[in-house]
Design a binder for this molecule. Structure first.
Ligand SMILES: [Zn+2]
Ligand SMILES: [Zn+2]
Length: 158
């Protein structure tokens, strides 16, 4: 006797073929019942779960669209911008005193930088002095004993 590998698909087909008339009759009965009482359609678990499933998929789809419009994926440019900061720089050469801004990574402290006005390496990071005299003026603080003072009004700025 030749050994035949059991084929799940053909077995399944055989079962379906055997049961097909019964299934068709049941399906026909079910359709007839539903026609008489439409509420039965909802009481059929398979249909109810399918409806729930489709409902959940639609809700998830809507949520993903809403989330996408609220927070779009961060583009590379925005990421680079988030990692860098603008620094105010003042040229410490008294004849120049040029004030400009540079964009560097957060925590950048490789000063002095080259002044674009006089081309000397005299650009120092500036901070605002909020004393009554300076009223938010940008100054290059001078350090004495670990404390930074405003060169204009001599008040501690940090
Ligand atoms: Zn300068
Ligand atoms: Zn000051």
């Amino acid at each position: 006797m030749a050994y035949e590998k059991p084929n799940p698909f053909s077995e399944w087909l055989l079962i379906v073929r055997e049961r097909w008339p019964v299934m068709r009759r049941q399906a026909g009965e079910w359709v007839g019942q539903v026609r008489e009482e439409p509420i039965l359609l909802w009481q059929t678990p398979a249909i109810r779960y399918c409806t729930y499933g489709v409902g959940v998929l639609i809700v998830m789809w809507l949520i993903s669209i809403a989330a996408g419009s609220i927070a779009p994926p961060l583009p590379e440019e925005a990421k680079a911008r988030a990692e860098s900061a603008n620094f105010h720089v003042i040229c410490t050469d008294e004849r120049c005193m040029h004030h400009w801004m540079i964009k560097r990574k957060f925590g950048f402290d490789d000063f002095p930088v080259q002044c674009p006005n006089c081309n000397q390496m005299t650009g120092r990071q500036a901070v605002r002095c909020y004393s009554d005299e300076c009223k938010g003026r940008w100054v290059v603080p001078v350090e004495r004993e670990g404390v930074e003072y405003c060169p204009m009004c001599n008040r501690a700025v940090r």
